[in-house]
Design a protein around this ligand. Structure first.
Ligand SMILES: Cc1ncc(COP(=O)(O)OP(=O)(O)O)c(N)n1
Ligand SMILES: Cc1nc(C(=O)O)sc1CCOP(=O)(O)O
Ligand SMILES: [Mg+2]
Length: 529
């Protein structure tokens, strides 16, 4: 065992052993190994910190996380109400169960409530080799509750820190580990990092989040040779419960993936910053310090998260597809055009901006989204999955030469809407397999809006509709004079019509949309399914 770290993290012998082991396992089980962090920490019933935060952080970073629970806390956003320590021999049993069976890359520690638990852990680490040990020296919760008594300090200093590849104290913890020295400035933090490093860990990260009077959050990273001042903007939010656990877990996760230490720290900091920014307004619990959202999904005000159904096929009834050329020609902005279409009865909108600069497209998408959201009308983006993601639009529409639906689904997740253009039964089948929500089928009639677009006619539409497992919207040359005919055919799965020029290559978008809407209502009153 190398001193000052569990095992040489870049040791050739480790990698050799790992490769041999994993290829043997792969031969045996036909599987691939994935980076693995073992979290040895306490449970937080409020799930903002502790084991629960570690699991979420590792999941968010794409790393497997196993757990050894050292203590069970009754805890919420107000504070820690009770602590129940897990017996030391049972902590030992959990360690053995995990380490004897699974190839753990990195061990990350959080709440270690007794000297006995630290010793049990150290014993396990001599029996089972891992690549790195990340020590988050949890002593006081963010609410101020004491989670590890002073008796443990000397064990931390003398036995645990010398084994650590990195230790990540906040200012209070760094001060406690160093016998109560005052830490009030960045210079004090540098000094503390150096003193802590002398205790044996290979790297030290002193977190300055609690440093008074600083505009940005400064952390000091010291690797024994160089100091790094890692600065990030201070995010104003009550939702900071669990940031320490998360940061340490994220460092462990990046190390498990093979990153060098400084990279792992930088990535972890950026991840925590992003998560805090993303969840700065969410409200969970009534206490002064709330949890944040590791998976960046609960963003306050995000209508898409709260949407009950990801997609309602009847939204395809009157599908307005924009065209910037047409709107420019008639001297109106995209947002005004979309607002008028919605007012006239459009039930779904697609932004089809073929020539827009990316930045302009994104801004337009955001503005149109605000209008659509305020009316409960879904907004899809034509072709550009990146714009859909960046604007948080409700989904995308892709064609046969765009990104495949299955890839778009992977990128957008299960809740977004995906539409695919199909002219044949095979394409419709493929769209269904790829995870699309609906298909656009055309050109039903010839069109000047899309160049070189083969017309499949009403017969082609009928063929695809009859075979489709997905709802269908008809497109191509549809206007007030033929929409009734299309809908009155009563084709299976046909839910509506998608229209560009009949709405937007007109002077009065509102009036044209109203007219088409009324026609569709009439035609569908007996026919639409
Ligand atoms: C509802 C709807 N159906 C079909 C299309 C056409 O998509 P695609 O084939 O990708 O062609 P472009 O629109 O990208 O030129 C559509 N946009 N919407
Ligand atoms: C964008 C588009 N896709 C089509 C397809 O057949 O897949 S036809 C088309 C253009 C539709 O415009 P208009 O309503 O002005 O005819
Ligand atoms: Mg396309």
């Amino acid at each position: 065992m190398a001193s000052g770290g569990v095992i040489l993290s870049n040791s050739f012998s480790f990698y050799q052993k790992r490769i041999v082991m994993s290829s043997r396992m792969q031969e045996k089980n036909g599987g691939a190994s994935i980076p693995h962090v073992l979290s040895v920490a306490g449970s937080d019933s409020g799930a903002g910190a502790g084991i629960q935060a570690d699991l979420k952080a590792c999941a968010a970073r794409g790393v497997y996380c196993s757990t050894v629970i050292t203590s069970v806390t009754a805890q919420n956003t107000v504070g820690v109400q009770a602590v129940h320590a897990v017996p030391e021999d049972f902590v030992a049993q959990q360690l053995k169960s995990v380490l004897s069976d699974m190839q753990v890359d990195v061990v990350k520690t959080g709440m270690l409530p007794s000297v006995g638990v630290v010793k049990v852990l150290l014993q396990s680490l001599t029996e089972f080799s891992v690549r790195a040990l990340v020590v988050d020296p949890v002593m006081v919760s963010t609410s101020g509750d004491v989670l590890a008594g002073p008796s443990i300090l000397s064990t931390f200093r003398e036995e645990l820190l010398p084994m650590a590849n990195i230790v990540t104290p906040n200012i209070k913890e760094a001060s406690a580990l160093l016998g109560g020295i005052r830490l009030e400035t960045v210079a004090d933090m540098r000094n503390a990092a150096e003193l802590l490093h002398a205790l044996g860990p290979r790297n030290v990260l002193v977190k300055g989040g609690d440093l008074p009077d600083s505009l940005d959050a400064v952390d000091i990273f010291f690797n024994g040779e160089r100091f790094y001042e890692l600065r990030s903007s201070r995010i104003k939010t009550r939702n900071t419960h669990g940031t320490g656990c998360t940061l340490a877990s994220c460092i462990a996760a990046e190390l498990a993936k093979g990153s060098p230490m400084l990279t792992a720290v930088r990535v972890a900091k950026r991840y925590v910053e992003t998560a805090l920014e993303y969840s700065k307004d969410i409200l969970i619990g009534n206490g002064i310090q709330g949890p944040f959202d590791h998976l960046l999904r609960l963003k306050s005000g995000s209508q898409s998260f709260h949407r009950k159904d990801a997609f309602n096929p009847s939204d395809l009834f009157l599908y307005a597809v924009t065209d910037s050329g047409m709107n420019k020609k008639w001297g109106r902005s995209m947002v005004d055009a979309v607002a008028a279409a919605i007012q006239g009865g459009a039930t779904i909108v697609q932004l089809r901006e073929k020539d827009a600069e990316t930045r302009d497209f994104l801004e337009t998408a955001k503005s149109c989204l605000a209008v659509c959201r305020s009316h409960g009308v879904p907004l899809l983006i034509n072709d550009r999955v990146d714009i859909a993601l960046a604007s948080d639009a409700d989904g995308v529409h892709v064609g046969q030469s765009d990104m495949p639906a299955s890839v778009a689904r992977t990128l957008l997740g299960p809740e977004k809407i995906i539409g695919v253009s199909c002219k044949t039964i095979e394409q419709a089948q493929q769209a269904w397999i790829g995870g699309a929500d609906y298909i656009g089928c055309g050109g039903v009639y010839s069109t000047n809006t899309k160049a070189n677009n083969p017309t499949i006619g009403l017969d082609g539409l009928k063929t695809v509709c009859s075979a489709s497992k997905l709802p269908v919207v008809a497109i191509g040359g549809i206007n007030a004079s033929n929409a009734g005919t299309v809908m009155e055919m009563g084709l299976p799965n046909l839910k509506g019509v998608a229209v560009v020029s009949a709405l937007f290559d007109r002077e009065n978008v509102l009036a044209e949309t109203k007219k088409l809407h009324a026609l569709l209502m009439e035609a569908s009153s007996s026919k639409i399914q």
